[in-house]
Each structure stands twice: as C-alpha cells, then as structure tokens.
Ligand binder design. Sequence first.
Ligand code: HEM
Ligand SMILES: *[C@@H]1O[C@H](CO)[C@@H](O)[C@H](O)[C@H]1NC(C)=O
Length: 484
Amino acid sequence: METVSILLYIFLFLSTLLSYPFIRRKQKGGLVKRSAAYKLPPGSMGWPCIGETLQLYSQDPNIFFATKQNRYGDIFKTHVLGCPCVMLTSPEAARFVLVTHGHLFKPTYPRSKEKLIGSSALFFHQGNYHTCLRKLILSSLSPDSIRKLIPDIEAIAMSALESWSRTQVTNTFDETKKFSFNVGILSIFGHLDISYREKLEENYSIVDKGYNSFPTIIPGTAYQKALVARKRLNRILSEIICERKETRLVEKNLLGHLLNLKGERGQTLTEDQIVDNIIGVLFAAQDTTASALTWILKYLYDNPRVLEAVKAEQNAIYEANDGGKMPLTWAQTRNMPLTYRVVLETLRMASIISFTFREATVDVEYNGYLIPKGWKVMPLFRNIHHNPEFFPDPQSFDPSRFEVAPKPHTFMPFGKGVHACPGNELAKIQMLILIHHLVTKFRWEVVGSQSGIQYGPFPVPRQGLPTRFQKLSSTTALQDVTLN
Ligand code: HEM
Ligand SMILES: *[C@@H]1O[C@H](CO)[C@@H](O)[C@H](O)[C@H]1NC(C)=O
C-alpha cells in the first residue's frame, strides 16, 4: 500500500517536472550576483527527476535527515518530491531563514493542499495581507482572550475523559483530535450550536482524510471527497456568518474579529477570506495538538516516576480547589512547573512539526553557500531538538532538562519569526487542563505492546495509542492524594 503511494507520488512528480523550469540561469538583481564566488552546499541530488524521494520515504524520515547531517554537516542539498532543496540543521541557519532573512523566503505548500484548506488562509501568504491577518489571529488567541475560555475548556476536557472511560479501548489520537477540534471551535466561534458543531466536525474530518491522501482528479477518491466536503463547509460557515452578522454583537472571538476587521480605507474581508482562515486555523490547531497530547500520555505512562510527580503537583491544585469543586484559575494554569516541563520535553522529543518548507524568492548567500532562487529550504527542527550538543542524551525523556532554559534558538516547537505559531498559548493551556483532569480523576493503561511511530503526516505512536481509561471513585482518588 505504502509502496503504491510512493510510486504514484514519483509518477506525479515526474510529470510535473517535465514542465518544471529548472534553475533559471539568467538572474538579474537578487540578493547575490550568481558568480563563481558562491557554490552550492554539499550533498547529493540522487537520480534525475526522482532525486532522493525514495530514500526519504522508504525509511523513517528522521534517519534520512540524521544520516545526511552526519555526512555533510549543517547545510546540505538534496532533491525530494520534485524540488531541489537545501536542508538546514543548525539553530543559526533556521534563524537566518525564518527570522533575520525571513523576507527572502516565502511559505510554500503543494497546490493540492492549498486548494483543500483555501488559498486565502494566512500561512500561504507573505507581506501586508499576512501581517494584518496575523495580528488579528494573535490577538484573538492572546493570553487575555484565552483566560476567559478556561471554564469551557475544562468542560470539554471532562466530557471527553468521561466518554473515554466509558469505552473499552480508546484510540487516543482519534479522541484527542475531537478534543482539540472542539477547543478550536470554541476559540473561533465562542459558543456554537451543537448542530453546527456536528456538521462542521463530520465534514471537516472528510477534508482531513483527503489532506493526507494522494491528490488526483479521479472521482470517489479520498481527495475528491475532501474537495466536495470542503464546499459543504463553505455553505455551513456562510450560514453561521450570516447569523452572526444579524445579531451584530461585537464578539471577542476569532470570527468576531474577522467580521469586524476594517482596513485603512474601510475595506473588509471577503467571505472566502474569512472562511479560508477559519478552516486554516482549525487545520493548524487539530492534529498538532492531538499528536502532542497523545505523546504526553505515552511518555507519562512509560515513565511512572514522572507521572507520580505530575500527579502530586496536580492533586495539590485539586485539593486547593476544594476537591475540584472550584474551577481552575488562570494563575493555577501558569503555575504547574513540573507538568509544564513535561509538555516542553514532549514537544522536544516528539518534534511534531519536524521541519518546515520555505522557498527562496531570490538567490541567497548563506555562510559562503548559494541557495538559488526557486529552491526549497527546509529548516529541520527535529535535528536541532535531537542534537546532543544542545540536549544531552537526546533520546531519553527527561523533563528536568528544562529546569534551565535551553540555549537561545535551539528549541522551536512552535517555529520562529513572522510565521511562528500564534496558537501556542492555546495549545499549551488545553494540554495542561486535560492533564489536570486526567491525572486527578482517572487512570490509564496503554493496551498492546506495539511500539513504533506512524506518520500521518505528524508523528503519532502506532495505532493512535490504544488505551484503556478508568475513572477513579472519589475515595480512591482521595487515597491516592494521601498516599502521595
Ligand atoms: C502542539 C500544538 C502545536 C504545534 C506544535 C504548532 C506548531 C506550529 C509551527 C511550527 C508553526 C510554524 C510553521 C512554519 O513556520 O512553517 C505553526 C504555525 C501556525 N499555527 Fe501552530 N502549532 C500548534 C497548535 C496550534 C493551535 C492550537 C493553533 C490555533 C488555534 C495554531 C495555529 C497556527 C497558525 C494559524 C499558524 C500559521 C501562522 C502564520 O503563518 O503566520 N497552532 N504552528
Ligand atoms: C456535512 O454538511 C451538510 C450540510 O451542508 C450536512 O447536511 C451533513 O450532514 C454534514 N455531514 C456529512 C457527513 O456530510
């Protein structure tokens, strides 16, 4: 099955390559004059056209990246998925591309994916439109906006946990996806009618399946079904927008901000722009957070001593809140140092966004090497997070390493620069809240012994981490507290 899809990919890229305007030789302006002074980075480009795509996909991609880094160092060229590209594995290089020289590189995604999410979503853009939307999204996801959501996030977490404990075996990744989706909906719409929520969730999950499948024009395939579901999402969102406009309430949530945005000359966003950005945020929020949560559950289960310490920290808060009768406060979510380090160490270990893609918009010189215009550039976050120079014994899960702050620019689970994750505070608080309710009122046991990782495309433990959840009776919970 996997081989078939790899072959399909190769076929697709071969055909697109026939029309690929290879590296253009005539280059006026740009940051550097193409000259003998700058050479391409070391590395191999593999076979004509296919490049090294097979090597990348026939094994764990991290092995590919690590092998290359050992062989060539911090910067090397390769050719994958139909594009010549330069991969970067040092914090300085990542900073160069994402921060200090971010204006020379633009985001780049396959057209098929852009079509599913909607081409006006902010992460496809650079410049004024991006800056303006980003400011708006940042303010709707700022700590000030999020603190008001705590009671609702708690309610979503509790109802998720209750339902997992009523199930024999829970697919943790599938279920945490529902959780992060609901939190995403909450931050976008505030309260939303259950019937809208269900329609959105059903149709969005079809889009999600298509996103990770092979893009083709053949009807009946996952990709085509996804495109159709995406059109239905347009209609549902358009209805919601219409209702919200009628009520004319100035709402503080993301949709409210999008509807009220006025440019300098009074221009507003079109409905397509609003819809694409809502789908874009849901997309950016769901699988990433769910994948991180799934890893947290696995690491805590595999490391009983860390789990005991987290329980002690959370039980103290639970007690302070009169046995969970009072809601969590903002201050409490900000003062869970041990649990917070578990979150950080999980983000490092799992490196959910293992790398990102940019494209050089001009010829760029970096450390004496040429990055030609049009080439893809990939900062490899995972390599940085697993470099023993920055994180000793990188393969071991050790939250205490975050008792001291990591060296500057060596830890970027949420990216860096103008496209860095605006949802990072919301992501972290929903993880902390779920952990709080999980460890104070439930126990869990991972079922089966399959180890290994699946990529879909984010790394997740195999089979989504099948888990049995059990709710503790209040007396057991209390005993647990006194024992600790
Ligand atoms: C653990 C969870 C998450 C991780 C690890 C994560 C990671 C990232 C990273 C690395 C980027 C930058 C990508 C790049 O530079 O190419 C990014 C961008 C983004 N993230 Fe997140 N994210 C998470 C959760 C969220 C949540 C919960 C939201 C929204 C509610 C969100 C919304 C976004 C958006 C809108 C962007 C694009 C920003 C832009 O292009 O200006 N993310 N995320
Ligand atoms: C998708 O949305 C439509 C409304 O446009 C709704 O009737 C339908 O039940 C939703 N779910 C699926 C799986 O199509």
